[in-house]
Design a protein. Structure first.
Length: 258
């Protein structure tokens, strides 16, 4: 908990009660979808591979070897369940910490959950576009986690009552977060043939991810209703539900279509 006598804009008892209700409802909606996906899931999986060097630099690597399979239905259920756990804990066991954080203009629970759930989502779309090498996936995961943590740093660097606003963490996060999308876009463009549903998932995921960045940018540029930190927090909750739900069912439907 950060010690400050200043409170983020519009974070009062009324807004906190409203946010608690939103978190409880979102927890139920996310866990309900996770269970539905598990019930409907097939055994479709994508194999993660490795291609290791066989000699000095320049030596052709071995053909990719299978490492393990990622069951798509279970993976989709996991990132929905992660969101459900986050919303449930912030509305119950960690409610006091969550609300104290909001008063201080930050939500550490959001960034922790996103670093896992959003990264898993990006890995799934990478797998769908043919990026299945474990080394590439580790790099994509690392860049995405860095992007999320820069979002956390943006909030930490701009507490209530600040005399100036720094956007450096935000823009650094944008740079880090762009790397996975460049890699995924390259595979889409370079491939001879890409299923239409994969292109649709890519476009949807890209737009949704950028909507979270836009929400933070609007918050710290104090645009319209985003002058209220409580409004920005509610926007994050709505985006979490819409983005995760839409992308979960797109990815899951893609597993049924293959």
């Amino acid at each position: 908990m950060r010690t400050t006598d200043l409170t983020a804009t519009d974070v009062d008892e009324r807004s906190l009660r409203s946010l608690r209700g939103w978190n409880l409802v979102l927890a139920l909606l996310h866990i309900g979808q996770a269970l539905a996906v598990l019930v409907l899931a097939t055994d479709f999986a994508v194999t993660v591979t490795q291609s290791l060097p066989t000699g000095p630099p320049g030596t052709p690597p071995r053909s990719p070897e299978a490492l393990f399979d990622v069951p798509i239905g279970a993976a989709v259920a996991v990132f929905l369940a992660l969101a459900a756990v986050d919303h449930l804990l912030t509305a119950t066991a960690f409610r006091r910490t969550y609300e104290d954080d909001l008063r201080g203009g930050i939500n550490r629970f959001r960034w922790l959950e996103y670093s896992f759930s959003a990264t898993l989502m990006v890995i799934l779309i990478a797998l769908y576009t043919g990026i299945d090498g474990v080394s590439a996936l580790i790099g994509i995961a690392g860049a995405n986690v860095a992007m999320i943590l820069f979002g956390w740093l943006q909030e930490s660097a701009n507490p209530p009552g600040r005399s100036t606003v720094t956007m450096k963490p935000f823009w650094f996060g944008c740079i880090a977060g762009a790397a996975p999308w460049v890699a995924i876009a390259y595979n889409l463009v370079a491939a001879e043939q890409v299923p239409g549903f994969v292109v649709g998932i890519f476009v949807s995921l890209f737009l949704f991810f950028n909507s979270f960045a836009l929400n933070q940018w609007l918050q710290y540029r104090q645009v319209g209703r985003w002058r209220s930190y409580a409004f920005g927090e509610k926007a994050y909750l709505i985006l979490s539900l819409v983005a995760k739900s839409a992308l979960a069912w797109q990815i899951f439907a893609g597993s049924l279509a293959t």
